[in-house]
Design a protein around this ligand. Sequence first.
Ligand SMILES: C[S@@+](CC[C@H](N)C(=O)[O-])C[C@H]1O[C@@H](n2cnc3c(N)ncnc32)[C@H](O)[C@@H]1O
Length: 227
Amino acid sequence: MTNLDLYAKAEHLLGIEEATEALYDLYRSELEEYDVKTLLDVGCGRGGFMQRMISDGVKCKGIDLSSLMVAECQAQGLNAECVDVKDVDGKYDAIVSIFDVLNFMDKEALTSFLDAVAQKLSDDGVFIADINTLYGFSDVAEGTMSSDNEKEFLSVDAAFENNQLHTKFTLFEQEEDGRFTKYQDTIVQYFHKVQFFQKLTGLKLVEKQTFSLYDTEDKTLLIFKRR
Ligand SMILES: C[S@@+](CC[C@H](N)C(=O)[O-])C[C@H]1O[C@@H](n2cnc3c(N)ncnc32)[C@H](O)[C@@H]1O
């Protein structure tokens, strides 16, 4: 199992439903001013945002590097695939990467990711994504939490150092026979300055908004057009 699959297994124990809904509301209202007929959700997770946009009449496709997330989308009848963004066919009026997706990549990976996104955008297309601010990493995300239900126990331990947040997930899951299986892995998230996004070759940063998701000014929304 990859570390992203472990995140997929653990996500429902993190208590992020409300924050996720708040982000969906924000993205949806930002997209209202564009004429969006087709949308690509990169890092689509369980597909909640696609469900919303489909009910608004938008044709949606989702991709995610976790095969577990993609399987959950497909089980709901959504068009989802476990592929890298550079291997997606076609062009889209809007591309989104919601809830930290860009922070999962280091500078090098992010640069090629953003080049690929630019190539999948239609001429007037818009790309919207959010990143964590330094404060969001150092004050909000860092620390320890645990959570459980009858069959699962999760502990999360996050430390921020040298502009990287290392989050160790430990999940105990009860099997049919009553025994517990332990899963453990680490996800690294990288802090990126807004300046980095102002120097891209394929995308032009047209708007940035710092806002508060969990706490004061913990996130920045970035809106791009093609160069
Ligand atoms: C915090 S989750 C957010 C999921 C979803 N956007 C939502 O709002 O519920 C981040 C997701 O990004 C995915 N991911 C990370 N890096 C990715 C990449 N380079 N391409 C596609 N998906 C990626 C992870 O597997 C995970 O599902």
